[in-house]
Design a protein around this ligand. Structure first.
Ligand code: UDX
Length: 430
């Protein structure tokens, strides 16, 4: 198939590369000329395991190309995915300005049948708006369909998630749209659920909100475990053995970040409000998530007695491992809170330091984990990168000014840490 993917962010780039890897002819489009120039040179704007190889190979086979020319890409493709950003507005609403602009440009360009598919996460009823925009601006008599095909990939495992999804959701209301999309996804061996467009849109927001709720739930439980002297990990295992609950997404920590959960939660709360439902449950999910960062800072204070004028070593800055993404990373709020209390921060992250430097002006960035430890009064774990789990802890202890570790991601064994002589604090574990 000839496919255009509009928007070269995480979702667009990964989807485009994967469709090309499946043998389709894909043009990825973005208004950002700098980004397109980079991609044409074989450089990726994001760090994502496996993506570079996939892009290189698809480009070599001439299945993948990049352009800023949306009009041309539209004319040359039958299937057009909209994967542009839907950033949050100050009131939490998703900003759909980019989606509207793209829909309008597509409308003006199309001369033959096109299937326009929304892949960005959008509030329910956006598909309808896209359809109306096309109807208003397209030449009379030109046929088109609009469909919704939400993407569930996670950063850090995006290519694997795209190629091995738990399910594919197709919100498609015409026979032709259903056939094209079912054909496209046939090689992926997974359940395919065909729904109406609005239900597909809600499936995406409801899934992300549910997962975020699971994380806030276990974080609330971890605070109760802390107060009662219980172990949240045992609790999560015990709960997870119930197949209706499942163990995934029950890892307590410093809260969720990234560009999806925080933004999608706000957008879902807002659209629910507009539809007449006050989604209080999700507001509490947000509140627990915000509070969790303060819970961590209180633990640091408890561990150190006074934070002011202490040097704190931070391991991990990205919102989760295997990504360089700093958007809504809990580390940003935590570091700013600690700095406002007079702490000096030294930090290391395996991939996110370049991006982190633009946000964290007063932090001293170190070349590795051991450099972070040298001379610090306390070590803080904010992202659970594998390399932190494999540190030589005896060496860490020697390098620290005092053997204090506050682990926001529960990566070390409390008993072992104490046996090594650390004062060790983690989330919801005695
Ligand atoms: C998420 C959804 O998982 C994905 O389906 C959707 O398409 C985009 O949003 P992503 O943001 O890449 O993906 O990361 P994810 O692995 O889901 O983690 C999100 C945040 O939750 C991270 O900050 C992570 O540290 C946190 N998290 C996750 C926890 O704190 N505990 C958990 O048990 C799981």
């Amino acid at each position: 198939m000839k496919i255009a993917v509009v928007g070269c962010g995480y979702v667009g780039l990964v989807s485009g590369a994967c469709f090309a890897g499946m043998g389709h002819r894909v043009i990825c489009v973005d208004v950002d000329a700098k980004k397109i120039a980079m991609l044409k040179k074989g450089q990726l704007p994001i760090y994502e395991p496996g993506l570079e190889e996939l892009v290189d190979e698809a480009v070599r086979k001439k299945n993948l190309s990049f352009t800023v020319d949306l009009k041309n890409a539209c004319r040359n493709s039958e299937l057009i995915f909209i994967a542009v950003g839907t950033p949050p507005k100050p009131d939490g609403d998703a900003d759909l300005g980019f989606v509207e602009n793209v829909a309008r440009t597509i409308a003006k360009e199309i001369r033959s049948y096109k299937l326009i598919v929304e892949k960005s996460t959008v509030p329910v009823q956006t598909g309808h708006r896209i359809f109306e925009t096309l109807k208003m601006h397209a030449k009379k008599g030109v046929r088109f369909d609009v469909a919704s095909n939400p993407e569930f990939l996670r950063e850090g495992t995006a290519v694997r998630d795209f190629m091995n999804p738990d399910r594919v959701i197709l919100g498609a209301e015409s026979k032709k749209a259903r056939e094209i999309l079912t054909d496209l996804y046939r090689p992926l061996k997974c359940p395919v659920l065909v729904t109406d467009i609005k239900s597909a849109e809600i499936i995406k927001h409801a899934s992300n909100s549910f997962l975020a709720a699971k994380i806030s739930f276990i974080n609330a439980i971890s605070n109760i475990c802390d107060a009662a002297g219980a172990d949240v990990e045992q609790v999560a295992i015990g709960m997870g053995l119930d197949r209706r609950i499942g163990r995934d997404f029950l890892n307590a920590g410093i809260g969720f970040g990234g560009f999806c959960f925080p933004k999608d939660l706000s957008a879902f709360i807002r659209i629910s409000e507009k539809l007449g439902h006050d989604f209080e449950l999700l507001k509490n999910v947000q509140k627990i998530n915000e509070d969790q960062k303060k819970v961590f800072v209180r633990k640091v204070e408890h561990a150190l007695w006074n934070i002011s004028s202490k040097t704190l070593g931070v391991l991990g800055l990205s919102f989760k491992p295997n990504t360089d993404d700093m958007r809504y990373a809990p580390s940003l709020d935590i570091i700013s809170d600690l700095e406002s209390r007079g702490a000096k921060i030294r930090a290391y992250d395996p991939h996110a330091m370049a991006k982190a430097k633009t946000h964290l002006k007063n932090v001293e960035f170190c070349k590795d984990s051991y450099a972070v430890c040298r001379g610090s009064d306390c070590l803080l774990v904010l992202t659970e990168w594998d390399e932190f789990k494999e540190l030589d802890l005896a060496k860490v202890k020697k390098l620290l000014r005092q053997p204090v570790v506050v682990d926001g991601r529960n990566i070390y064994d409390p008993k072992k840490m104490r046996a090594l002589g650390f004062r060790y604090f983690s989330m919801g574990r005695p």
